[in-house]
Design a protein around this ligand. Structure first.
Ligand SMILES: C[S@@+](CC[C@H](N)C(=O)[O-])C[C@H]1O[C@@H](n2cnc3c(N)ncnc32)[C@H](O)[C@@H]1O
Length: 215
């Protein structure tokens, strides 16, 4: 979806947590100018090496932690993509992230998110607590500070100790608060998700939002 949208982009697009370029490289192939952001500059250097030489002049590397170290002009982006990265952000950082994205997108610009939910096997024991927090309208019901102590799953050491698991209600509210319109927000099971992570088909969250007018 993000990549298809890039084909019509007349402004640069931003890929947050781009890593080695799984989305950036196909986005570049559409002819778009892509700003690849990652907290790890080493990942971005590998991304640049992986990018086809004819696309490299449209690749802008932006190292640093999002949202704090990413600075862009108002209405300067056609699209923003954030896949498997928002779980690294605390609630207040996520709120700042939403404000920044809404500011950077042009009118008609779109946001594409893929995120982890609490409905994954390692977090199964957290689901009742999460659903209680959600029912009580906690601001950030999926925030967990001590995942390594809480959960006993073979994959837990590969997951950050402080992790922000997201659900459609919380994520939609975060972006509508900043004036974006949610086009679609849905739960699904990623085809490439490790078998040991699967729970009940709601392991991943997708969100597509649009900026309809200047804010
Ligand atoms: C799990 S990988 C996701 C890579 C790719 N987007 C994907 O969907 O496969 C997460 C990436 O986000 C980066 N990252 C973590 N926290 C970040 C932050 N606050 N700002 C920017 N990048 C961050 C990591 O260095 C890593 O490369």
């Amino acid at each position: 979806m993000f990549v298809d949208f890039c084909a019509s982009a007349t402004l640069p697009v931003l890929d947050i947590g781009a890593a080695y370029g799984v989305a950036t490289i196909p986005a570049l192939a559409t002819g778009a100018t892509v700003i690849a952001n990652d907290a790890e500059m080493g990942h971005l250097r590998i991304l640049k090496d992986n990018a086809p030489p004819q696309d490299r002049r449209r690749l802008i590397l932006m190292g640093g932690k999002f949202p704090r170290h990413v600075h862009l002009a108002e209405e300067s982006l056609a699209a923003v993509h954030a896949s498997n990265v928002l779980h690294f952000l605390t609630g207040p950082q996520l709120a700042n992230a939403a404000a920044s994205i809404a500011h950077w997108l042009c009118v008609g610009g779109k946001l594409f998110i893929q995120a982890s939910t609490p409905w994954q096997k390692p977090f199964e024991s957290f689901v009742p607590e999460f659903e209680k927090r959600l029912a009580e309208q906690a601001e950030w019901p999926g925030w967990i500070e001590d995942a390594h102590q809480r959960f006993d799953h073979p994959k837990i050491s590969q997951i950050p100790n402080a992790i922000h698991l997201l659900d459609p209600e919380t994520l939609s509210k975060t972006f509508t608060t900043e004036g974006l319109e949610i086009e679609r927000c849905w739960l699904y099971s990623r085809r490439d998700l490790a078998k040991g992570m699967k729970l009940d088909g709601r392991e991943s969250l997708g969100l597509v939002a649009i900026k309809r007018a200047s804010l």
